[in-house]
Every structure is written in structure tokens, then in C-alpha cells.
Design a protein around this ligand. Structure first.
Ligand code: FAD
Ligand code: NAP
Length: 338
């Protein structure tokens, strides 16, 4: 285990922000991690767990130790005629797990193809896309408290999953490291394809029955065409969450903006696409020096090169102000800001 000092994090975050960590260590198993956490000189040092850095905006150097989680391994640990439990190291690339499942025709996460980042970060914001979210296949996870080194298992109901939310993004932020995640995948997949453009694309295949590979291929293609590739243009996906507002507020807004798109939620609120709100305020495709709002998806803020975290944050603030002035809706950042 090698602790590096004054390490640049430019290649560790998909925004490509050039900040430094006072200390940096990459861990490959729980034993390394426990040994690290027992070092007395690190006891009171702030600790930041990093996966692929695809949901992070660094606004300053990190004055503590960054723990890059690289715990490997994908293993089927139980199966019966209906289900399969798959245990995966938190450092595994999420998309590799999706490809593993699709290849074995294990259903449940095919709609989550091509989401960047690691398996360990997936429960943090209960990743979701195209009508699916992690919690639908989540079984349990294992992790370690960063202060005490104590190991613990979290069952699904203890994770407080919500819309791009969990206990790990809130109460346990910077206090806990996820080491393994167990998903329960289906041997008889029930594909979800009623979301937006997927069905249209599937119809073009002229098939009666769609495999989960058909669906994952289509979603990967759509994502490729629409989203900026972080290796070419720095970004962290959706910068803001889609707001969920009360029905009364929605009806008022609809009087003024009859074309406003909306989706119902399980808890009687109305979800408005944040990208639409931002676009309506005139931000889509706008560039201010080295930062901007993506041309295809207004929810994605981009670094055209050498921007600082402060540059991105200042653009985000301006966007928030105009959305609140126009619609009376306060956007909340989905990206984790440090
Ligand atoms: P990081 O950015 O490294 O970390 C994110 C947060 O999780 C940080 O607070 C970090 O401290 C914490 N964390 C990371 N690993 C652990 C761990 N092992 N234990 C405890 N805490 C940890 N998200 C979606 O939900 N749906 C999408 O469709 C989607 N599309 C995206 C598309 C693009 C182009 C990009 C750039 C991002 C997209 N995202 C999407 C956001 C992002 O990919 C996910 O949130 C992903 O899960 C982040 O993984 P990561 O390993 O990069 O996490
Ligand atoms: P889109 O299809 O243009 O739709 C815009 C928004 O409307 C989405 O955010 C989505 O909410 C909502 N929506 C569309 N159809 C819906 C339906 N049938 N039911 C419920 N909600 C619906 O979105 P996009 O930007 O191309 O993204 C496609 C998917 O990839 C979305 O699920 C999005 O969340 C995901 N994605 C996420 C990130 C990220 O960083 N979090 C980045 C890129 C893409 P939901 O977001 O709740 O699905």
C-alpha cells in the first residue's frame, strides 16, 4: 500500500479539474483498508472515498487523504431457478458488471448500461436511467466505517434509497466506504422498455420478443449519440436533479407554460425534467469562456478545457438563479461538490 503525497486528481475526475490531494492511496482489498484506517497519523485526517470520479466536482485541493477504491471481483454466490446473487467488488467498473449480467442473460440492470463509475458508488445515489434504478435489484452491501474501522452489512431497507438518494449520500457521507455490493438478478428477465425512445428503436428490429442484449445495445447507442464523452469533454453527467414539486405548484406552472413536460412519481409529486427548465431559460449550448451547457442535453455542464471547479460552480449558480426567477423552482445539485 503506497501513500502518495500532493497527488494531482486531474485524471481522477471526469470534469478533469486539476486539484491536488494532500495524500492519496489506492486500495485493492479490505485488509489494506483496515490497515490504512488503523494508522494513528491518519486517525483525524479527513477522508474522501473515490471511485471513477464521474459524479464529483472538485472546487479546491483536498486537504486530507483520498482513498481510491479498486477492490476487484465479480462472483455468483447463490442461485436458484429464478434468481442469482452476484457479489461484486466496489472497485469494479459498473459497466463491466452490466456486460457480465447481459452476457449471462441475467436481467435487471441492462437499462443501466454505459453509466460511468464504479460498483461501489452505484448505491450512493441509487443510480438510475431509462426507467430502472439500482434499488430494484439491490440485495445488500458490505462496508467499513472510516473512523472506527468497523465492518457492517446494510440490507436494502437500511440504505434509505430514494430518487438518486441514499443514506450514503446523506448521513454517512464521508463516514463510510462500501467494499462489496450484492445484487439479485433475474434468470427470467422482464425487460423494461416503455421509456421514451427505446420502444421506437426496438420496433425497428422487427422482433416479437426482445432480449436484454437488444435493450442494452439500444440504450448504449442512444447514450453514445446524446451524451458528451468525458474523455473528450469534461463533465459529470446530470449536474442537477430533476425537481419533484407539489401538484398545486405544477398546475400553477402549467397555466403559464402549457407545454411543460411532467412525470408522476410514486409519492404523489410531479417530476419536471431539469434539462427542460434550463433550456427554457436559454442556457442550452451556451458557452462562457471555458465552461458551458451541453448542446444536446442542458442538464450537463461541461469543461471545454482548463476550467476550475469554481468556474463550473459559478455557471451552476447563474443557472439556478435564472430557473428560480422564471419558474420558482430551486434546483438541487446531483453532483457531489468538494
Ligand atoms: P465518484 O464520482 O468517484 O463518487 C461519487 C460519490 O460517491 C462521492 O461522494 C464519493 O465519495 C462516493 N463514493 C464513491 N465510491 C464509494 C464507495 N466505495 N463507498 C462510499 N462512497 C463512495 N448517474 C446515474 O445515476 N445515471 C446515469 O444515467 C448517469 N449517467 C452519467 C453519464 C455521464 C457521461 C457521466 C459523466 C456521469 C453519469 N452519471 C449517471 C453519474 C455517475 O456516473 C454515477 O453517479 C456513478 O455511480 C458515479 O460513480 P463513480 O465511481 O465515478 O463515483
Ligand atoms: P430524456 O430521455 O431526454 O428525458 C428527460 C428527463 O425526463 C429524464 O431526466 C427522465 O427522468 C424524464 N423522463 C423521460 N421519460 C420518462 C418516463 N417515461 N418516465 C419517467 N421519467 C421520464 O433524458 P436523457 O437526458 O436522454 O437521459 C436518459 C436517461 O439517462 C434518464 O433516465 C437519465 O436519468 C439518465 N441519465 C442520467 C445522467 C446522470 O448523470 N444522472 C446522465 C445522463 C443520463 P429520470 O432522469 O428520472 O429518468
Amino acid at each position: 500500500m503506497k501513500i502518495e503525497k500532493n497527488k494531482s486528481l486531474k485524471n481522477n475526475n471526469t470534469f478533469g479539474i486539476d486539484v491536488r490531494a494532500r495524500e492519496y492511496v489506492e486500495i485493492y482489498d479490505e485488509e489494506d483498508l483496515k490497515q490504512l484506517l488503523s494508522l494513528s497519523e491518519l486517525k483525524d485526517e479527513p477522508k474522501l472515498v473515490l471511485g471513477g470520479g464521474s459524479n464529483i466536482l472538485f472546487t479546491q485541493d483536498y486537504n486530507g487523504i483520498v482513498i481510491k477504491n479498486s477492490i476487484p471481483g465479480i462472483k455468483i454466490i447463490f442461485e436458484n431457478e429464478k434468481h442469482c446473487l452476484v457479489k461484486t467488488g466496489a472497485g469494479v467498473i459498473w459497466n463491466d458488471l452490466v456486460l457480465f449480467a447481459v452476457e449471462k442473460n441475467l436481467g435487471g440492470i441492462e437499462n443501466l448500461i454505459a453509466i460511468p463509475g464504479t460498483v461501489g458508488a452505484a448505491p450512493v445515489q441509487n443510480i438510475g436511467a431509462y426507467g430502472e434504478e439500482l434499488q430494484n435489484t439491490f440485495h445488500s452491501l458490505k462496508g467499513i466505517f472510516l473512523d472506527s474501522g468497523k465492518e457492517i452489512v446494510f440490507e436494502k431497507e437500511e440504505c434509505k434509497f430514494g430518487y438518486r438518494e441514499s443514506i450514503f449520500k446523506n448521513e454517512l457521507k464521508e463516514k463510510f466506504i462500501i467494499t462489496y455490493v450484492i445484487l439479485e438478478l433475474y434468470k427470467n428477465p422482464q425487460p423494461v422498455f416503455n421509456y421514451g425512445p427505446i420502444k421506437n428503436e426496438l420496433d425497428k428490429l422487427n422482433k416479437e420478443i426482445f432480449s436484454i442484449k437488444d435493450i442494452s445495445d439500444i440504450i448504449a447507442k442512444i447514450r453514445n449519440e446524446k451524451l458528451p464523452d468525458p474523455t473528450a469533454i469534461g463533465n459529470a453527467g446530470s449536474f442537477f436533479q430533476n425537481p419533484e414539486i407539489d401538484k398545486e405548484q405544477f398546475l400553477e406552472l402549467k397555466k403559464e407554460h402549457p407545454e411543460i413536460p411532467c412525470f408522476t412519481t410514486p409519492h404523489d409529486k410531479v417530476k419536471i425534467p431539469a434539462g427542460w427548465l434550463i433550456e427554457k431559460c436559454g442556457w442550452k449550448g451556451k458557452r462562457i469562456q471555458n465552461v458551458g451547457v451541453h448542446e444536446e442535453q442542458a442538464l450537463v455542464l461541461v469543461n471545454y478545457g482548463n476550467a476550475t471547479g469554481a468556474n463550473i460552480l459559478s455557471l451552476a449558480q447563474e443557472i439556478k438563479i435564472s430557473v428560480i426567477k422564471t419558474f420558482g423552482i430551486e434546483l438541487t445539485e446531483e453532483v457531489n461538490i468538494y
